[in-house]
Design a protein around this ligand. Structure first.
Ligand SMILES: *[C@@H]1O[C@H](CO)[C@@H](O)[C@H](O)[C@H]1NC(C)=O
Ligand SMILES: *[C@@H]1O[C@H](CO)[C@@H](O)[C@H](O)[C@H]1NC(C)=O
Ligand SMILES: *[C@@H]1O[C@H](CO)[C@@H](O)[C@H](O)[C@H]1NC(C)=O
Length: 362
């Protein structure tokens, strides 16, 4: 049985003798004080030997590390839980909070699915490292979604990832958000630690990365690609690279080696990608024979007509493609004939779904 607890019903529930296996706390945008946090911890403790699925929604709950701790005391006892979602966006959590989450998670040996959303807190690279250290104790995990966007990472490299995923032999789905706060002007400039960790996760089939608003250039993306291409079981790659510093899309090695890739989604809005960059991308992209779903957004770059034509030609040759979503708005392509392009696709391809936007002059 599943139960959803809203803040007002917490007291009421405490006195009830119900048995349930799923718990959802819907406390987004509610200020949680010391007493409430302890109360949530107690609820979790009381039901710790029956809960299989837990969703804690505490977005903007002004928790801080101390109140988070009270909740984690209860959570760490829920050793049967298999599916856990922690939504903790904007809670003034520091690396100490991240360390405590890692410690609590390391007790949950039955976890299979984990989603943690820690965007907009104050966690640095040491906190992330300790969080990962706890997560890797949960060796049953098949799915991890870790959102760490807009935190306070001070390091410019990602060595805090190295060797942190290698114990997770069952991992099939890995999603990671490391979007930086662009206005803060610090950005990851060395992805080799992350790359090495990914290269060891060779059973992962579904990978989603958000690396927007860092300072990623051609060379950095190339070095990441040289590691991702070792994930030979990859079927789906989704990568967000908005607001970086690339003039090319250096992912060639991935298309050469990941022969099972059937879904590819890339957003690289607001870079400096030009026609030359696109033409060299197409050289390896054309080898992505197994591709069925393509979602491509390169709006706000510097691609001219010849780049767009080459890309269109390459896509038309991907015989297994069924779904295409192509956005190329606001490039250097004033004269491009979008209608002609659409007709070409309709005539020549076997697409079931198609959305093409070249102009953005609405
Ligand atoms: C808030 O909590 C609910 C659960 O009641 C959840 O479905 C939702 O995605 C949460 N997040 C936001 C941002 O509203
Ligand atoms: C990101 O930077 C802007 C401008 O400096 C600031 O107003 C905002 O609070 C920052 N966000 C975070 C999560 O640090
Ligand atoms: C297609 O791409 C656009 C622009 O990136 C996006 O807004 C839209 O949600 C995408 N559509 C689908 C079906 O994925």
């Amino acid at each position: 049985m599943r139960i959803i607890i809203f803040l007002f019903s917490l007291k009421f529930l405490k006195s009830q003798e119900t048995s349930y296996t799923e718990l959802c706390l819907a406390f987004n945008y509610t200020k949680i004080n010391d007493e409430m946090a302890k109360n949530v911890g107690t609820q979790l403790s009381c039901h710790s030997q029956q809960l299989i699925k837990i969703d804690l929604h505490l977005r903007t709950a002004y928790l801080g590390d101390n109140n988070l701790h009270s909740i984690l005391v209860g959570l760490s006892k829920c050793s049967l839980v298999e599916d856990l979602k922690l939504e903790l966006i904007y809670n003034r959590l520091t690396s100490e909070g991240a360390r405590q989450i890692g410690k609590a998670l390391s007790q949950l040996k039955n976890l299979k699915i984990l989603q943690i959303d820690l965007d907009q807190n104050e966690i640095d690279e040491h906190g992330i490292s300790q969080l990962l250290y706890g997560i890797q104790e949960c060796q049953q995990l098949t799915e991890v979604n870790l959102q760490l966007n807009e935190n306070k990472i001070k390091s410019q490299d990602t060595s805090f990832f190295t060797n942190q995923l290698q114990k997770l032999r069952n991992l099939k789905t890995f999603k990671l958000g490391l979007k930086c706060n662009y206005s803060a002007l610090i950005g990851l400039q060395d992805l080799s630690g992350l790359g090495k960790a990914l290269a060891q996760s060779e059973n992962v089939q579904f990978l989603k990365l958000d690396l927007s608003a860092n300072k990623i250039n051609n060379q950095i993306l190339n070095s990441l690609s040289l590691e991702i291409c070792k994930m030979e079981n990859l079927q789906s790659l989704q990568i967000e690279l908005n607001e970086n510093q690339m003039t090319e899309l250096n992912l060639g090695q991935v298309f050469e080696r990941c022969q099972n890739l059937n879904q590819f989604k890339i957003r690289a809005i607001e870079n400096q990608i030009d026609s030359t960059g696109i033409i060299s991308f197409c050289q390896s992209f054309k080898k992505c024979y197994s591709l069925q779903i393509l979602d491509f957004d390169l709006s706000y770059n510097q691609i001219r007509n010849e780049g767009i034509s080459q890309l269109a030609e390459t896509i038309l040759d991907l015989k297994n493609l069924r779904t295409l979503n192509l956005s190329l708005e606001y490039n250097f392509n004033d004269q491009f004939d979008e209608i002609y392009l659409k007709k070409l696709f309709i005539k020549k391809s076997q697409l079931v779904k198609m959305r093409i936007v070249v102009f953005g002059l609405v």
